[in-house]
Design a protein around this ligand. Structure first.
Ligand code: C2E
Ligand code: CA
Ligand code: CA
Length: 894
């Protein structure tokens, strides 16, 4: 509890400290209230004085009124006493007595006599005539008062009343009795006197006092205690008047008064008094305010100082922490007095006891490494003499013989005593130096490694750009060279020869890769021996080479090309074998940069293709005609790809017939391209290009699928179609996945046969090809040799393949009707086949005569327009449903 109180007290004190104006304000408040109180007391005193004064005045008026009224009453009473003693007093005597009385400075205005209650005489008569004859008994206003005076036998006072004669007056009535001759008290009548109130007021000083005061006079009613005011205005007098009572014996009056300005009238000299009060107040307060301000300022200054102190403290703490963590030592050298002050860290760096703070210059110099001391001394001396910045590094040797690297920084200044001083820092950079050394070593090592890497990279780059066998630049290198030429390196004029070896594959296959390699080296040597120094030779593929020369036009390279073919064709000895290859060359050249070097390679390739097409071992020059063909081929090639995706390649079907019975013996599926714009296209329009593009295999596969689908349809219809044959390209035959795909299709044995072109090179006894055919046969697919009699197929190849059928080419069939020797050739083919158990099919039967002749020659099957044209799947279905062999035979007979 006490604690809490102490705390709140402390808090209050703290607040007070924070509100330095508060005591001043309190003091000012006290002073102001004191001044206000003084003023108030002064006003109080003024009011009391005023009341006393009014009271005194009132008392004076009261005593005058009291005296005068009572005096008047007594005077009139004297008159009444005179009548009581002499009731029959002559009126003249009375008038004389009354006149005498009124002259004596009284306020009595008139006196009336009413013996037996009827007024019969009045003095003075003048102005009071109306009173004469007034019978009190008959006057309602006065009767009761008169009776009271008679009955109680005492003087009564009435009024103020409005007098019949005009004006206001007090009516004093005296009952008059006399003692008759018999000694009996007898009522005589009433004597009444009118006191002139206006005169009374005037003479008692009431009117004069009314100038400054509100005065009212009232009579207190005996019966109910209420007061009836007859002089002045009671309301004007207010609630706190000064009062005085007037005792008139039988009546009691009250006198009330207030000053017209009220009681709170400021006493005279108030303004001056207040001004001086204010001045006194100001004289006290102003210095207080001034002191308060000074206190405030002092307080602010103290706070600012304390703040600064705290900041300084904080700063120095931070600096301390920074220096401590960074291990930076601070020193200060007084040059004039040779005093060197070191802080603790300095001593740590120099490995000296921490407490010894003061040194001399020599202490430092002694620590410096002997090898560095000379330079260190000179550097320091220079700073001392010039005042320039001191930035240096040196080694020191510690007591234990440790060598440390120290970096130093210093700056010269003059202190407040005018001493020339240098202040600075030292820090230990031994670790940095060690790291630096390590880094240097690492850098050196890295540089060495980089050098090695560079060598390796160059080697790899060389490898990646050269053919390992011949050492010639490879395809990548060629691409780079071509790109450089496009970028303006070397002459824009250039001719590119694309060389392809003929029959290289044969050598490779028959004599092995050693022989192939020998040929390739021979070719490389030949090329290098014949081209110019500035020319570029590359091997870009298995047996493809490129030569770039600077000949300006293709034709001028003709001698070079010929020389190359001749050189390459020269036989080469390999393990006693004489190896020989040919070469085909395509040439393209450009004269300016308008043509891209890449295009040059493509153009040369087109020319090479043409050279090969034209029979190999020759040079062909690229021309615009070749380009046109190439462009159109390119467009067709794109379309073929699209057509394949869209399923535009469909089979047409041409039936084959039994030569004797003319029953349908089979169907050949022939590819058609249902071109969206050009309509139905025959194979000749797309096959060569598809072949060049390597798309024939895809076309073959598509046709095979569709043909098999149709075959199943025929079977489902119950049509007697024994088999369907499809044409198969060399590409398709060499497709590695062919056998797997065929196995998936699983055609019924004997239902499918493949027609192989005789021109497919079987002469080479290609084991792969033969094993492929064997596998096809094992799947129950028959092999037929197509276009037989036009290629170079030898009888040996026939035996090796053992096909089921030979399809005799239509070029041989056509002349059989007219040419005897041709007929003989066809018969021989049929006979040889039959001797091997091979059936024969005659193609291109265009007339029924041909059909008959071929049947007679012993041919087994016939195919040709005369019997049926190739037709769409639906057409063929309709045809097969309707077909009657007998009707066909009739046609033949006819
Ligand atoms: P091919 O295998 O010798 O096919 C027979 C060609 O002779 C077909 O030509 C056929 O319409 C035509 N022909 C049939 N009877 C007669 C006739 O009485 N007189 C004449 N002048 N011609 C007749 P097409 O359909 O133009 O096929 C041409 C060649 O295209 C085919 O010759 C075949 O080598 C190849 N071919 C057709 N379809 C395919 C296929 O799907 N794949 C492959 N690789 N080649 C196909
Ligand atoms: Ca065929
Ligand atoms: Ca054929």
């Amino acid at each position: 509890m006490a604690d809490i109180r102490a705390q709140s007290l402390r808090r209050f004190a703290a607040k007070l400290v924070k509100a330095p104006y508060l005591p001043g304000l309190l003091l000012v408040a006290a002073i102001v209230s004191a001044l206000v109180y003084t003023d108030f007391v002064r006003k109080q005193a003024a009011e009391t004085t005023a009341r006393t004064k009014v009271h005194e005045e009132l008392s004076l008026i009261r005593s005058k009124l009291e005296g005068k009224i009572n005096g008047n009453i007594l005077l009139a009473q004297g008159l009444a006493a005179a009548i009581a003693t002499q009731p029959d007093m002559p009126l003249s005597t009375f008038d004389r007595l009354a006149g005498h009385l009124m002259k004596s400075g009284t306020q009595i205005r008139s006196v009336a006599l009413a013996p037996d209650l009827v007024v019969n005489h009045v003095y003075p008569l003048k102005g009071n005539e109306k009173v004469l004859g007034l019978d009190y008994r008959k006057n309602d206003d006065q009767r009761s008062a008169v009776y009271r005076a008679r009955d109680e036998n005492r003087v009564t006072l009435a009024g103020p009343i409005n007098l019949i004669q005009g004006g206001q007056g007090l009516l004093v009535r005296y009952p008059v009795t006399f003692t008759d001759t018999h000694g009996k008290e007898t009522f005589w009548g009433i004597l009444s006197a009118v006191v002139d109130l206006d005169k009374l007021y005037r003479e008692s000083g009431l009117n004069a006092a009314s100038e400054n005061l509100h005065i009212t006079v009232g009579a207190i009613d005996h019966n109910n205690g209420s007061t009836r005011y007859f002089y002045g205005d009671r309301a004007e007098v207010g609630e706190v008047p000064a009062a005085a009572a007037i005792d008139l014996g039988y009546e009691q009056w009250i006198l009330l008064a207030t000053p017209k300005q009220g009681w709170n009238v400021l006493p005279e000299g108030t303004a001056t008094f207040r001004l001086s009060l204010a001045l006194v107040g100001l004289l006290i307060i102003l210095p207080l305010v001034w002191v308060g301000r000074l206190m405030r300022e002092r307080h602010d200054n103290i706070l600012a100082l304390r703040n600064r102190e705290e900041q300084l403290e904080e700063l120095s703490q931070r600096l301390e922490v920074a220096l401590e963590t960074s291990q930076i030592g601070v020193w200060d050298y007084d040059v004039d007095e040779d005093i060197l002050i070191w802080d603790e860290r300095m001593r740590d760096i120099y490995d000296l006891p921490r407490h010894q703070v003061e040194n001399i210059y020599q202490d430092w110099e002694r620590s410096v490494h002997p090898e560095d001391v000379e330079i260190a001394r000179a550097t320091f001396a220079e700073t001392v003499s010039t005042g320039r910045k001191y930035i240096t590094q040196f080694r020191i040797v510690t007591r234990t013989g440790d060598v440390r690297h120290v970096r130093a920084y210093g700056t010269a200044y003059r202190d407040h005593r005018g001493h020339y001083k240098i202040v600075g820092v030292n820090w230990n950079v031994t670790e940095d130096m060690r790291l630096q050394d390590e880094l240097k070593a690492a850098k050196k090592k890295a540089e060495e490694q980089n050098r090695e890497l560079e060598i390796a990279r160059k080697r790899m780059e060389y490898n990646s750009l050269h053919d390992a066998l011949t050492g010639l630049p490879n395809r990548r290198f060629l691409d780079q060279v071509l790109a450089e030429r496009d970028n303006g390196h070397g002459s824009p004029t250039m001719t590119l020869l694309h060389i392809d070896l003929d029959r290289f594959k044969d050598i490779n296959d028959t004599l092995g890769h050693g022989a192939g390699d020998r040929i390739l080296k021979h070719t490389a040597d030949t090329l290098l021996a014949n081209v110019g120094v500035a020319d570029f030779v590359a091997r870009i593929g298995g047996d493809e080479f490129v030569v770039i020369t600077s000949c300006d036009c293709a034709e001028s390279c003709s001698p070079l090309a010929d020389k190359l073919i001749e050189g390459i064709s020269r036989p080469v000895d390999y393990n006693g074998h004489e190896c020989r290859v040919g070469a085909s060359i395509g040439v393209a050249s450009r004269c300016d940069l308008l043509e891209k070097a890449d295009d040059l390679l493509i153009n040369a390739d087109i020319a090479l293709y043409e050279a090969k097409r034209r029979g190999r071992n020759r040079v062909e020059f690229f021309s615009d005609a070749l380009r046109a063909v190439a462009v159109s081929n390119k467009r067709t090639a794109d379309e073929i790809l699209r057509g394949l995706e869209q399923g535009e390649f469909i089979p047409y079907f041409q039936p084959q017939f039994d030569a004797r019975t003319l029953e349908i013996a089979g169907v050949e599926a022939l590819a058609r391209w249902e071109h969206p714009e050009k309509g139905m296209l025959p194979p000749s329009a797309f096959l060569p290009i598809a072949e060049a593009l390597n798309n024939v295999a895809q076309i073959d596969a598509s046709i095979l699928h569709q043909a098999l689908f149709q075959y199943h349809r025929w079977q489902a219809e119950g049509l007697a179609i024994p088999q369907v044959s499809v044409n198969i390209s060399a590409q398709r035959l060499l497709d590695d996945n062919l056998i797997d795909k065929l196995r998936e299709l699983a055609p019924a044995p004997g239902s499918l046969s493949f027609e192989l072109l005789e021109s497919i090179s079987f002469d080479d006894e290609d084991d792969m090809l033969l094993s492929r055919i064997k596998a096809i046969k094992e799947l129950g697919i028959a092999i037929e040799l197509d276009d037989f009699g036009t290629g170079y197929a030898s009888i040996i190849s026939l035996i090796n393949l053992s096909p089921r059928r030979l399809k005799i080419d239509r070029q041989l069939i056509k002349p059989v009707l007219t040419c005897e020797s041709q007929q003989q050739l066809v018969r021989s083919i049929i006979d040889i086949g039959r001797s091997r158990g091979i059936e024969s099919v005659a193609e291109g039967i265009e007339t029924m005569e041909h059909a008959a002749v071929l049947r007679d020659l012993g041919c087994d099957f016939l195919q040709g327009y005369a019997l049926a044209r190739p037709m769409s799947a639906d057409q063929f279905l309709a045809f097969a449903r309707e077909y009657k062999p007998a009707a066909q035979r009739d046609r033949r007979r006819a």
